[in-house]
Design a protein around this ligand. Structure first.
Ligand code: ADP
Length: 422
């Protein structure tokens, strides 16, 4: 294993996995802190996906350190702490405290911090993070329900979260390339800085930063700054050139889509799917009972499974979501649907489904948990940020595509299975 990653959430972890596969690294994502008996996957990169972004600080630190310990025992050469490209955190954490704990555990004294991801319009200039072309604190992130970002200056933001001090490698230095960046980071470390926010506006900057950090024990940032890492390993002769990094085992069996996201993209994808595939809509308002909902869906699917993909959706437009929430409360409504989706997934697998697309971040977490999935080997991308994966755990090996609600083009649910057949 070349790279061991600790990611602070599930879909962000998958995004980074896709980036590494694109760079030629065989990558496996593990769900939650791996148990000591979990065999080390045969992979160039292992990404441990935690749910620590908004967890209590102590829990986030403990889980991150436990993941680090497992990755160290598994023989990783370099470590990466992955957080969101909008630097989602509060003055209490969790980015600073977790990074502090990792720097201490690795005894490395210093780590760069770069959330930039120009492809997704996240850039850092003079330490200020821009999202969608405007300052972070004007981008809508200032209203985030859990991690409102009201200051775009990452030197200040990280300084409030860490016991160490924070420096800056500014654009003028980054633009001069790898040597200048490396020298600047060395100087900051010598002057006692624990972190350097590193500016980046283009992918070329990210690649230079990655190269400059080739010898660093720990790198922190968004998926973008991992872009330059595969080339480092290749240059060092550690990464074979001519393999297919996204190769997955062949899986036979029926296909299904399970949608629990109410995001706009998913609703449009369901609209498209309705004219091509059999679709069953859960009616949680009429039957607010997870077991009954899943029985109804599975009874509908019974004679359709195996022919072409079946689609089962809890997804609903905002007025229907609001109606269910008004009746049950927001959390209970979400939990009910997640429970129903998880039961349906279990029933589909019991009836022979082996290729499963799940729409929705929380929904995916509930489904993976119920199926006992422990690891996902990352395969080809269907659309940016959403790869097919080979899921292993308690049950039979499955092909799974776990889609964050707003990801994917309108024909995603059909395209996913076309990609598998290609
Ligand atoms: P996304 O990735 O789009 O955010 P998630 O699965 O993370 O999707 O979140 C969607 C949430 O909405 C889940 O908790 C799900 O259970 C809930 N949900 C799905 N359908 C409905 C519905 N018809 N009414 C109320 N809540 C719903």
């Amino acid at each position: 294993m070349l790279l061991g990653v600790i990611a602070d959430d599930f879909t962000g972890a998958t995004d980074l996995c896709s980036m590494l596969v694109r760079g030629g690294m065989r990558t496996v994502q593990l769900i939650g802190v791996p148990s000591p008996d979990l065999p080390v996957p045969d992979a160039d990169a292992v990404v441990v996906a935690l749910k620590s972004r908004t967890a209590p600080v102590r829990q986030a630190i403990d889980e991150s350190l436990a993941a680090l310990k497992w990755l160290q025992a598994a023989g990783a050469r370099q470590y990466f702490f992955k957080y969101c490209s909008t630097f989602d955190s509060t003055d209490e954490g969790n980015i600073g405290p977790v990074a502090d704990a990792l720097v201490a555990a690795l005894d490395c004294g210093f780590a760069l911090a770069c959330p930039a991801f120009p492809t997704n319009a996240r850039t850092v200039y003079q330490g200020y993070l821009f999202a969608g072309g405007v300052l972070l604190n004007e981008s809508g992130m200032e209203n985030h329900p859990l991690t409102p970002m009201t200051d775009a200056n990452l030197v200040r933001v990280l300084s409030r979260q860490t016991e160490g001090t924070v420096g800056l490698v500014p654009f003028t230095t980054v633009d001069q390339g790898t040597h200048a960046i490396r020298d600047a980071m060395t100087q900051l470390k010598e002057r006692g800085r624990r972190y350097a926010i590193v500016d980046a506006i283009t992918d070329a900057h990210l690649i230079s930063i990655g190269e400059a950090a080739a010898s660093h024990a720990l790198i922190t940032g968004g998926s973008g700054v991992a872009m330059g890492l595969p080339a480092n390993y290749r240059r060092a002769g550690l990464l074979a050139a001519a393999i297919d990094p996204g190769a997955l085992p062949k899986v036979d069996g029926a296909s299904a889509v399970l949608a629990g996201s109410c995001s706009r993209a998913t609703l449009a994808q369901l609209g498209y799917a309705r004219s091509h595939l059999p679709v069953f809509e859960l009616d949680a308002l009429a039957t607010p009972d997870a077991a009954a909902l899943s029985e109804a869906a599975l009874a509908w699917a019974a004679d359709k499974i195996g022919d072409k993909p079946v689609v089962i959706a809890a997804s609903a437009p905002p007025d229907k979501v609001a109606a269910l929430q008004a009746r049950l409360g927001r959390e209970a409504a979400g939990a009910l649907i997640e429970d129903a989706a998880a039961r349906i997934a279990e029933g589909l697998v019991a009836r022979g489904v082996r290729k499963l697309v799940v729409a929705g971040g929380e929904t995916s977490g509930a489904v993976a948990g119920r199926l006992g999935v422990r690891s996902l080997r990352i395969g080809v991308e269907i659309d940016p940020g959403v790869p097919w994966t080979f899921a292993e755990g308690r049950g039979p090996g499955l092909m799974m595509a776990l889609k964050s609600g707003n990801f994917g083009a309108t024909d995603f649910f059909l395209k996913a299975f076309r990609v598998l057949e290609a």
